[in-house]
Design a protein around this ligand. Sequence first.
Ligand code: NAP
Length: 669
Amino acid sequence: MKPLKLLSYANDRWVEPAGALTDISSAINGEPVAQVGSAGGFAQMLHHARNVGGPALRAMTFHARAKILKTLAEAIMAKKEQLYELSYQTGATRSDGWIDIEGGAVTLFAYASKGRRELPNDTILIDGAVEQLSKRGTFVGQHVMTPLQGVAVHINAFNFPVWGMLEKLGPTLLAGVPAIVKPATASAYVAEAAFRILIETGALPKGALQLVVGPIGDLFDHLTGQDVVSFTGSADTAQKLQRHPVIARESVRFIAERDSLNAAVLGPDAGPDSPEFELFVKEVVREMTAKAGQKCTAIRRAFVPARLIDAAEAALKERLSKIVVGDPRDEKTQMGALVSTSQRDDVRSKIEALSREARVVFGDPQKTGDKGAFLPPVLLRCDDPAKATRVHETEPFGPVATLMPYRDVSEAVKLVNRGNGSLVMSLFTYDPAVTREVVTGSGAFHGRLLVVDRDCAKESTGHGSPLPMLIHGGPGRAGGGEEMGGLRGVYHYMQRTALQGSPRMISAVTNSWTPGAPEFTDGPHPFRLRFNELELGKTLITKPRTITLEDVEHFAHFTGDTFYAHMDEEAAAANPFFGGRVAHGYLLLAFAAGLFVDPAPGPVLANYGLDNLRFLKPVKPGDSIQVRLTAKSKSQRNAEYGEVRWQVVLTNQNSDTVATYELLTMNAV
Ligand code: NAP
């Protein structure tokens, strides 16, 4: 097969590499699969992204950007087979490819859905509640977020050419920031093919996405404080890039996802026949062999209670002996090749370094086959991990783990933390007290902590899988970065600004009515207005209703809620909050609805729920309540209807607020 000449994509055009070309070899047979050169013109690419892509994305609402993500994800799924075919050449089996390719699409789908459900159909994002800053309420504060006006430069590792690109693109594009993607060279042919699929959808505005295959040249020299670098790769490269003078001078945001010495711990409560023991063994082997151990999250250090070390070694060896290593296209193969022979040689040299403190108990690092970058899984055992250093510092980025004993949970915590910050640790225990001790002792050293037991194992997503709704990243050695985590990942590409001003101004800018902003009480009942006709600030003030003792008793017997505070004068009087019988909170809500609804069929289609409900003052028989209902914000869901959020305030005859909440309704457009 003729090697593919990989192109970059700059200024909305595919660009041939300039200068000498370098071959990328197949991980399976060493034959050249692709060729890369250098792109050049990086200042112009940044200029194009900032001046064409950025403005186009920022003009779209979060919902419009979410729609693009869905289109991109669908395209990857529709053309996934061509990606699987290329992915084999990186040494990945079908299931390795699944994590990368379909896992990448799933991540984009997740961001598309989060964008539509959790973000407004707007271009400004509100962060938190309005803060009252003055006595009379004419001066308030509101944090808002807007997209950075620069470029996201994504530098990706070789191990997940598709997922690694898409998990960064989802949050970036949703935030409204254009991206320049630089895939790792070793698997750039897969990344380039996936990128091509994204471009061919035609869904992206011009300038939103560019690709650099090969070195990034002087790109960093042109970065500014509006740009973000999101790097995934080794600690060495991260440090080199972070030291670039422009990064410090311009305060360029730098997200680093680096290597880490992730641990798995078998709890002290486990016996050799316990379900947790078996789950631990299974997971360690799965992590060693999936993607041939080339996962930043893979288990490198496996800790077991000292009394179980021989049993654990025997069980791991037995399971490892069944792993079939070979051509990733063969269905019987469970573990494919490493990405390249140089990667394999690097892993072998790391095993050699580890061998000074640990001994190889399974697998022969010298047995590599004549063609391709194959290496069998290798298990080491280190009996004195407290004295050892290399086992806590050296990352063999391949199918390698070290088994070690610990005496008690406090020692396990100390040993785990010697990784100096990891992406993930997993704990196999059925004892919540053990988990609490580990979380307290090791939480600060980990971005994710998975607790596996017999109850959740079947449905657990596993040690090695970052999920779009949970953060991925870790402190210290792991890079100190954070990605995904639902909307948290989007915020990395936005600026948070504390906006201060009058309620009228803040409400108008944020499209969210706030107390003190103008209210409109004229005209029809608000429930007579369609979604598009309803103006924020539209308010209904109801007439009052007096609550009688009969009302309270009727409600109590009707619902069965005969709690003493409503029914027993003496007992209620002794209660520190009530000083006598009070109306049910739910009775107040029901009466409030009775006061504000307009009953005839109309644009209000459904009551969708309540948020932030608070009962602030007791209401006693003889008191009266009155409702103030104000349209606070709107979010269109589809062509037919949208969600309206209403601020509801209940006051008594003395104008004291007795309850507040936000009511959600679905209204016809
Ligand atoms: P790497 O050698 O550090 O390369 C990472 C990326 O940086 C590649 O795109 C590489 O491009 C680029 N790069 C290298 N030198 C550069 C320079 N001077 N200027 C600009 N870019 C440069 O890492 P890798 O071998 O691809 O990946 C394996 C490592 O990544 C492992 O240590 C693993 O633990 C870590 N990793 C971490 C995570 C995480 O989420 N924390 C995920 C995956 C992998 P070229 O390929 O063109 O050199």
